[in-house]
Ligand binder design. Structure first.
Ligand SMILES: Cc1cc2nc3c(=O)[nH]c(=O)nc-3n(C[C@H](O)[C@H](O)[C@H](O)COP(=O)(O)O)c2cc1C
Length: 273
């Protein structure tokens, strides 16, 4: 049986778990009960499809216990219209209340972000949370120092004409890098994550989407990411582990803004082939 336990009294022998296993490692045994094909155990990457697809809870996976796999509550499903408004009304927040974000709420967001897909179900995304105000200010300042040099290059100015304004704003006393956000969250991934950048970007998108539902707001910190990619010393100062080459920072806090409309996006360029 391997790591699967099937309750023979509950199993309807419908073969859903056999069909759904992405590693095709489950087969029907001679007596019509699913089992792991002998010798194929290593092909399981713990995605949980077999547990998720059984309507009767007949299947126990040693590493994915059903007690840890809550049922999907039909009454919580959202409509297409709700989902569209939810996606369309998310906005980048650039003014935050001067209020710390509770550790439990940050953890709730990170826990939610774990449900983003990861290549090969690797789940290798790691999280760094910086909320020390002095350190945040220093991270912004070091990024501005880097920008100050960068804007001397006419080629950079041609592609990023908004950069001098970010430096000028900092000089005028406004944190144009981290927007005075009370929290900076950096998702990172080690080199073993072959699609590390994709994995962590997806995780951050889940984080980004869940935040407004919790009364919080985010903004991707692209200026800081540029500096992190060019300054190993800043990467160390921010606390990104040496072994994690993939990273992206996002600001987090309680928004000091409310939005009432959904500005239209560009028409997508789509080709059906
Ligand atoms: C990868 C990435 C980097 C970004 N970097 C910054 C940034 O450094 N500062 C900032 O104010 N906004 C940043 N943004 C926010 C974009 O400007 C914003 O997503 C875009 O204007 C669309 O607005 P919306 O997010 O409110 O819909 C970034 C967004 C992304 C996806």
């Amino acid at each position: 049986m391997g790591f699967l336990r099937i309750d023979r009294n509950i199993c309807k022998r419908d073969g859903f778990c056999v069909r759904e296993c992405p590693g095709t490692i489950i087969r029907m045994s001679a007596d019509g009960i699913p089992e792991v094909t002998p010798g194929r155990e290593a092909g399981c990457f713990d995605c949980g499809h077999c547990v998720a697809v059984c309507p009767y809870g007949a299947l126990e996976h040693e590493r994915i216990p059903s007690g840890n796999s809550p049922a999907i509550r039909e009454e919580l499903r959202i409509s297409e219209e709700q989902a569209l408004q939810f996606l369309r009304s998310r906005r980048s927040i650039r003014h935050f209340l001067n209020k710390p974000v509770e550790k439990e709420r940050i953890l709730k967001l990170i826990h939610g972000a774990r449900y983003a897909p990861t290549a090969g179900n690797g789940q290798l995304v790691e999280w760094l949370v910086v909320s020390d105000r002095t350190r945040l200010k220093e991270i912004s300042g070091l990024t501005v120092d880097w920008l100050r040099e960068l804007v001397k290059d006419p080629q950079v100015l041609a592609t990023s004409p908004y950069l001098p304004a970010a430096v000028a704003a900092w000089d005028a006393g406004y944190d144009s890098v981290l927007r005075d956000a009370p929290v900076l969250v950096i998702a990172t991934a080690p080199k073993e994550a072959i699609n590390g950048m994709v994995d962590l970007t997806l995780a951050l998108s889940y984080f980004d989407l869940l935040a407004p539902a919790m009364g919080l707001g985010t903004c991707w910190a692209g200026l800081l990411q540029g500096a992190l990619l060019h300054l190993p010393s800043l990467k160390r100062f921010a606390g990104i582990p040496e072994r994690n080459p993939h990273h992206y920072p996002i600001m987090l806090g309680y928004p000091d803004a409310k939005y009432y409309r959904v500005p239209e996006r560009k028409e997508p360029k789509v080709r059906f082939v």
